[in-house]
Design a protein around this ligand. Structure first.
Ligand code: ADP
Ligand code: MG
Length: 283
């Protein structure tokens, strides 16, 4: 059974939108020395918009977006909503398979369409433009039709307005901050710099995120904050897994100790402070 003081403290944490699932998780919450943030959908606004579409000869912008959107109609990835919104036609591909951290593939009008990271798919002649879009902080996804690159889509997802303040506040509390992302190194560094995060680990697959958490945990209690299916192993590995409850995937929320249902990340440093006080009262 959980002591009443802990129940009360957990109850007041919920005022910040921080839903702590157990007394044990609350105890660890007050001990956190390091935080690892997922980028897409956690540090960013999660309002991605298509900012650029580059195509190869014979493919139009409208075609590329329609093909990609027909796959993304089956995905809950933040990039999916951007591509669907930009698409002139709303179609549904068949035999769709999503590869967490890589992309998605399926069939449309008898053609094999694949959409995903340039780390996963060959860029061909589009390769030259990708670096420049990434340097501007965009995430680039490639579109393949029958195994040939036909388009590169640049998606912009801005940092949450409070991100830099949250990083400063955590550091002021003596809590370290790392960015973990499946996105590419250039995009990750551009956004990390804007947030004031110096430790950036990019191009990570879901299990790499978990391995990074295990490494950080050697120096003390680690919290992982994430939203996606790709964050599930890392959320489970962390001393405290915090799932973005308002926008996150069900799998992420299930594997976490804490669901964050608030919309302002500044609640997190507030809740950490509160949990440390709670521990002093309890012990
Ligand atoms: P993050 O860690 O930033 O949340 P993910 O691990 O979910 O990112 O994805 C890593 C990369 O894989 C994305 O930047 C994108 O290039 C690609 N990707 C993953 N899922 C999809 C999808 N549904 N459609 C297109 N690209 C995807
Ligand atoms: Mg994410």
């Amino acid at each position: 059974s959980v002591p009443l003081t802990v129940v009360a403290a957990i109850g007041s944490a919920s005022k910040f939108g921080v839903i702590i699932k157990s007394g044990a998780a609350f105890e660890r919450f007050g001990l956190i020395r390091h935080t690892a943030f997922d980028k897409t959908g956690t540090l960013t606004r999660n309002e991605p918009v298509v900012a650029e579409v580059l195509t190869t000869e014979g493919t139009t912008r409208a075609q590329a977006l329609t093909w990609a959107a027909a796959l993304e109609a089956h995905s809950t990835h933040p990039l999916a909503s951007a591509i669907i919104s930009a698409s002139p036609e709303k179609r549904h591909a068949d035999k769709v398979i999503e590869q967490a951290g890589h992309g998605i593939e399926g069939t449309l009008d008898g053609a094999r369409i694949t959409v995903g990271s340039p780390r996963w798919l060959e860029a061909g002649q589009l390769g030259g433009s990708i670096a420049s879009l990434e340097q501007q902080g965009m995430t680039v996804v490639l579109v393949h039709r029958d195994a040939r690159p036909v388009a590169a889509i640049g998606v912009r997802d801005e940092l949450r307005p409070e991100a830099a303040e949250v990083v400063r506040e955590l550091e002021a509390q003596g809590i370290g901050v790392t960015m973990l992302t499946g996105d590419n190194t250039r995009t990750a560094h551009t956004l990390a710099q804007q947030a004031g995060i110096h430790d950036v680990r990019a191009e990570l697959r879901p299990n790499d995120k978990a391995a990074a958490i295990a490494e950080l945990a050697q120096n003390g209690c680690v919290a992982m904050i994430g939203d996606g299916i790709n964050d599930t192993p890392a959320l489970a590995t962390a001393d405290v897994g915090i799932a973005m409850g308002a926008t996150g995937s069900d799998a992420a929320i299930e594997s976490a100790d804490v669901a964050f249902t608030g919309h302002d990340l500044r609640s997190l440093p507030k809740a950490f402070k509160h949990a440390r006080k709670g521990r002093r009262i309890i012990n």
